[in-house]
Structures are given as structure tokens and as C-alpha cells.
Write a protein that binds this ligand. Structure first.
Ligand code: SF4
Ligand code: MSK
Length: 631
């Protein structure tokens, strides 16, 4: 099975029928993939290479410069963390510059939409806010945010203000508190250059420091997006390819950064008449990947698909345009679009694809750029009239929008004075055994969504509260797990009672959804906020909580960075694929064992989703015992 999603399977049949190549075909063409690469024991870090080290005793044990398998594996891993950090923090920096342009009057389409969040973040970051007008405070916020990127003398303000005191101490002791996001990325590139750091343990500690910077970038990304565009609140929508509408101009918003997609959402509403004049019934925006998550969370825009199936909505014949910003956008989209008539529109100068239509998007002229993009889609709609359309009739109800603010507001209906008390009481009583955050992507090496679904069912039945972000949340959206109905099907009695009590206190007449959708990849920071709030309320560190994380189908370097900072935050963190580290027993041993003594968190590598759920539940039980809670 290539995918657990029936809409994806239907479109894969269509792709085969029409001879359209997809990610699964290209993966098959790559097999067998390089064994050295899979083990992490190849190196191209200088022009004397590429070098590879034999994992057995039948070949060279060192690269030309003398680098061992340990050095190569560690260097490769921490370079991946640096790349992931560059991506997340590049996204955050983009938002900081947008906020700065907004307050300078250079970006009129970006008012501060959430002054309450602006003031809350200012208070947390120690910015003087009393009596300061919102515009002035936003200017200070943009500067304070940007100050996290260059190299300072102190640990990053956004790091130390958002985690427990215990984490700050643990990271300080290990020397992994970064003093600049860009500077640690740069340092990693330096120390992984030929002839610099050749000690695997030291390299990995550098990787942890960079991952802490990645966490910081993610948190900045979430905070700034909320300030500019609003903090998500629960929203009802639908998900899967059945959300496409044959008689409308269908536009997919794909990538990560909401800077462009937010304006497209606003402008599309104003251009309905133009679409109707072209013969369409209206404009239908849909999401793909994390840009899709951003607009789902804030506007209820329905996601069509995620990650590895991103090529397939085009096969319906109904997708007029796919507008992309950056990250996780497959260059293959252009080839598929040639067969289907979809316009692929790139929008960022640093992320172009040969053969795509490029509209250079600038915050200064955001609405005009959005109009230009939507007009291209309306033109494509005109060109597709008369062509056959096959939209898979699959879609699921979705309840999303669970920011921490929204969760606390929902809980406050049970206890207005102490909103976290109901959660804590239920964790103590064992009605909620623990919490699992599902993060990460789909990966073509795993049947799409399958690991997510199996693990959610296994853990929910054991009364584990489930949170999700990124394409993991997308998987749950498409399969109906973000619904109250899924609680009845899969939740254990304790979890069901808690979700029902909160739902009913909020007038829903039933439970909250089985899985709480917290947002995009950067919004994993929201889950940390929740864990930190609970830890602080209990007077413990996050490394003691019965909270675990899982990336069952991870793919990107960003996911490697997130997994590493989840471990740094003290969480047992599951990986559903084997990362390229097995070529070094030292690195493998440290990541899955030794690091626990240093950080509390550690990696659990398990490709079988049933066993993975068992191992995560065992980790939750261990934490419960540590807190003297009943197991
Ligand atoms: Fe080979 Fe060393 Fe150069 Fe890597 S850095 S390619 S191991 S010589
Ligand atoms: S989009 S990073 S495939 S979650 Fe955030 Fe999805 Fe992973 Fe990209």
C-alpha cells in the first residue's frame, strides 16, 4: 500500500492511467538506495572526497583526511540540523521583517491583528509595554525578535523566556544555550568543514545547541504570525481532495509562510465577482502542507492534501493554480502541471522552480501581488472549461485551531481561576495517562499516514491525550481523527470522559476532537508552551512530565531539528524511520541512550507503529512513576 488515504490511491490510479510520474515512481527508480548513505558513512565535505567508510571490516575505516565513521555520521547529522534551523528561522526572520515593515508604514496590508498577543509576548519577553501604543510596541517587538538572529553575549531571549528554569540550567551546564540563531548555524557549518571538529560527542552537542536555536526560531515564527494574523481559535472545516469544487476557481496554497497566503485569503474574497464574470461559481482556496495548516487554523480554509501526495490534487483536473512560497515544495509539481493545465506559481525570489510562473511577491505591494496571482488562476479556470474533472469524493470533517490560548480558554470553562487544574487533576488521577505530540511529515518510504493512524489508535485507547502539528495533523485531518466522533471510536474511557467534560462545558454537546490540531511545523512551539505551563504549575521540569513526542513518518531536515530539540526539552521522542546514523555505534548509542543522562530526553527508533506506541506508553509510565503517580 502506498497510502492509507483513499483519495490518494484513487489519484495514483489516475496518474498511472495517464502515465504521469509521481513521487512513488521516482522512489522506485532510486531503489536500492545507497547503503553508505543510509548508514551516514559517506562524506562530501571536501574535494578530496567523496569518501565512504565501510561499516564492516572489509573496506577503508577512514576517509582521505582520516575522518572516522563516528565523525562522518555526527557531521552529517548536525549539518541536517543546521539546515532545518536555517529553514525554520528563515521563516521567522521573514515574519519579523514583515512586522518591521508594517510598523514603518511600508507594508500597509499587514496591520497588527492581535494586539492582545502582542502585549502578552511583550510581557513575557520583558519589553516595556505599559502605556506604549500598539504601533510603538510592535516596532520594539520586531527589533527584539531580530536581535535573536545575530550573535549576542547572552543566551537568546526567546529561548530562556519560553522554557522552564530547569531546562535553562540543564542547557547552560551542557553549553548548548545558543547566543544567536544565525551564528550557531554558521558555527555548525564551520565546525563540520574539513579539519575542524572531529569528535562525535562534541559535534552532537553542537547539534543540540543548533536544535535549541531551531526551537527558538519556531517559537518566534509562531509568536510573530499570531501577532500579525491572529491567534488561532477553534474552527470547523473539512479536509481531503473532496474539498475541490469543479465549478469554482480552485487555488491551492502550499509551502510554509503565511505572509503571502494570508493576503490571498483576504483578496480572494474581494475577487469573487471577477471569478464569476469568467464563468466560475466562485473562488475556492484549499491548503497543502503547512501553509495549508496556517490558513486552516486561522480561516478554516480546507486542506486538500499533504506532503508526499502534493502532486495529486492536480490529477483531479480541477486545480487551476498552486501558489507556493517555500519549503517542502516538490520541483516535480511543474512536470505534473504540464499534463493537467495547473499553473504553478512561485512567489519567493529565493525559491523558484524552472518552468513555473513566477510572481515576485513583496510585502510592500502584497494585495496587488495577490490579485495578480488570483487573476492567473482565473485565467487557468477559463482554459480548463470543457476538460474532464475527476474529484475523489473523500473528505472528512475537521475541528482545528487549538492554540494554547484556545485550549486554556476551553479549560477555563471548567475552572476559570485555574484553567490548567482540570488537566493536571486528570493526569494525576490517571484519566489522562500522558500526552503525545505527533509532529512531522509523510515519507515515501512508509505507507502514507499509516503510522500516524495506528499509533493514535493505540495511544488513545491507553488514555493518552494527542496533539498534532504539520503534515501529521494533516493526516489526522484527512482521516477524520480531528472530530468528536473519533473519540467515541478510539479513546479509552478516561480520555473520553475528559474530552467530553471539556467539550460539554464549552457548549459543544460532545467531546473535543480526538487529536488537537495545534498548527504548522513551527507551531510545535505551541506544544512546548503547553508542557512548560503544566510543568511550571506542578513545579517540575519538562523532562519529568509524562509527555512524549513522535515523528512517525519524518522526512525533512527541519524534522531532524525538531526531533532533536524535543529531546533537548527532555521528551522521549520516537522516530518511525531509521535515521542515517547506524554507521556509528557511538552516535547511535548516544542518541538512544547516553543523551538521557544529559537532557532527560532520548530517541526511540521503532518502525513498527504498534511497538512504537507500546514503547512511548512505557516511557509515559516511567515518567508517571518518577512523579509518584499511579500507573
Ligand atoms: Fe573525505 Fe575528509 Fe574530505 Fe570528507 S572531509 S570528503 S572524509 S577527505
Ligand atoms: S510541511 S516539514 S513535510 S510536516 Fe511543514 Fe509537512 Fe514535514 Fe514539510
Amino acid at each position: 500500500m502506498q497510502s492509507a488515504d483513499p483519495a490518494v490511491r484513487e489519484m495514483l490510479d489516475e496518474a498511472r492511467r495517464r502515465g504521469v510520474e509521481t513521487v512513488w515512481d521516482r522512489y522506485a527508480a532510486q531503489l536500492p538506495q545507497c547503503g553508505f548513505g543510509e548508514l551516514g558513512v559517506c562524506c562530501r565535505n571536501c574535494m578530496q572526497g567523496p569518501c565512504r567508510v565501510s561499516p564492516f571490516d572489509d573496506g577503508p575505516a577512514r576517509g582521505v583526511c582520516g575522518a572516522t565513521a563516528d565523525t562522518m555520521v555526527a557531521r552529517n547529522l548536525v549539518r541536517a540540523i543546521a539546515a532545518g534551523t536555517a529553514a525554520h528561522s528563515g521563516h521567522a526572520k521573514h515574519l519579523a521583517h514583515t512586522l518591521k515593515k508594517s510598523v514603518q508604514g511600508k507594508a500597509p496590508d499587514y496591520p497588527v491583528r492581535d494586539e492582545a498577543k502582542l502585549r502578552a509576548v511583550a510581557a513575557r519577553q520583558g519589553l516595556e509595554a505599559d502605556g506604549v501604543p500598539a504601533a510603538e510596541l510592535a516596532a520594539r517587538m520586531a527589533e527584539a525578535a531580530l536581535a535573536n538572529f545575530s550573535e549576542g553575549e547572552e543566551p537568546l531571549a526567546w529561548t530562556t523566556a519560553t522554557v522552564t528554569a530547569g531546562r535553562v540550567q540543564a542547557w547552560e551546564k551542557l553549553g548548548v544555550l545558543p547566543v544567536g540563531i544565525d551564528s550557531i548555524i554558521s558555527e555548525i557549518m564551520h565546525r563540520t568543514h574539513l579539519g575542524v571538529d572531529a569528535d562525535a560527542v562534541n559535534l552532537l552537542l553542537g547539534g543540540v545547541a543548533c536544535a535549541v536555536a531551531d526551537y527558538t526560531g519556531c517559537h518566534l515564527g509562531t509568536d510573530l504570525a499570531d501577532i500579525l494574523f491572529g491567534t488561532p481559535q477553534p474552527v470547523v472545516s473539512e479536509a481531503n481532495m473532496g474539498v475541490l469544487k469543479a465549478d469554482q476557481v480552485n487555488i491551492a496554497l502550499h509551502g510554509h509562510n503565511p505572509v503571502l497566503s494570508e493576503v490571498i485569503v483576504q483578496v480572494a474574497r474581494q475577487m469573487e465577482d471577477e471569478a464569476k464574470a469568467a464563468g466560475a461559481a466562485g473562488i475556492n482556496l484549499v491548503g497543502v502542507c503547512c501553509t495549508g495548516n496556517e490558513v486552516l487554523m486561522r480561516h478554516g480554509i480546507p486542506p486538500a492534501t499533504h506532503s508526499i501526495s502534493q502532486e495529486l490534487p492536480m490529477l483531479t483536473g480541477a486545480l487551476d493554480a498552486m501558489v507556493v512560497d517555500y519549503q517542502c515544495v516538490y520541483p516535480s509539481l511543474v512536470g505534473v502541471a504540464e499534463c493537467t493545465g495547473t499553473k504553478i506559481i512561485t512567489t519567493m525570489g529565493m525559491a523558484r522552480i524552472t518552468g513555473a510562473t513566477h510572481v515576485d511577491f513583496e510585502e510592500e505591494n502584497a494585495a496587488a501581488g495577490a490579485r495578480q496571482i488570483i487573476r492567473l488562476a482565473i485565467e487557468a479556470f477559463g482554459a480548463r472549461r470543457g476538460r474532464p474533472v475527476q474529484i475523489p469524493q473523500y473528505k472528512s470533517q475537521v475541528v482545528a485551531g487549538f492554540s494554547v490560548e484556545a485550549i486554556v480558554a476551553a479549560l477555563s470553562k471548567l475552572d476559570a481561576a485555574d484553567p490548567l487544574k482540570p488537566v493536571i487533576d486528570n493526569i494525576v488521577a490517571g484519566n489522562i495517562q500522558g500526552v503525545c505530540l505527533f509532529a512531522g511529515c509523510n515519507n515515501v518510504k512508509v505507507p502514507q499516514d499509516e503510522n500516524y493512524l495506528v499509533m493514535a489508535r493505540e495511544l488513545a485507547a491507553r488514555d493518552v491525550l494527542l496533539l498534532a502539528t504539520g503534515c501529521g495533523a494533516g493526516a489526522y485531518a484527512r482521516h477524520g481523527y480531528l472530530t468528536p466522533e473519533a473519540v467515541g471510536e478510539y479513546a479509552g474511557p478516561g480520555l473520553k470522559a475528559v474530552l467530553t467534560a471539556v467539550g460539554e462545558a464549552n457548549g459543544l454537546g460532545g467531546p473535543l476532537p480526538l487529536v488537537l490540531h495545534m498548527g504548522s511545523c513551527v507551531d510545535n512551539s505551541r506544544a512546548v508552551d503547553l508542557a512548560v505551563a503544566v510543568a511550571n504549575r506542578l513545579g517540575v521540569d519538562t523532562a519529568q512530565l509524562p509527555v512524549v513526542a513522535s515523528a512517525p513518518e519524518f522526512k525533512t531536515e527541519k524534522a531532524v531539528a525538531i526531533g532533536t530539540w524535543a529531546v533537548a526539552c527532555g521528551l522521549p521522542t520516537h522516530l518511525g524511520l531509521v535515521p542515517p546514523v547506524l554507521g556509528s555505534a557511538t552516535v547511535t548509542g548516544l542518541l538512544t541512550g547516553g543523551i538521557k543522562d544529559l537532557l532527560g530526553g532520548y530517541f526511540i527508533v521503532e518502525t513498527d507503529p504498534v511497538k512504537a506506541a507500546e514503547k512511548l506508553f512505557a516511557a509515559i509510565q516511567e515518567r508517571r512513576r518518577g512523579l509518584n503517580l499511579a500507573t
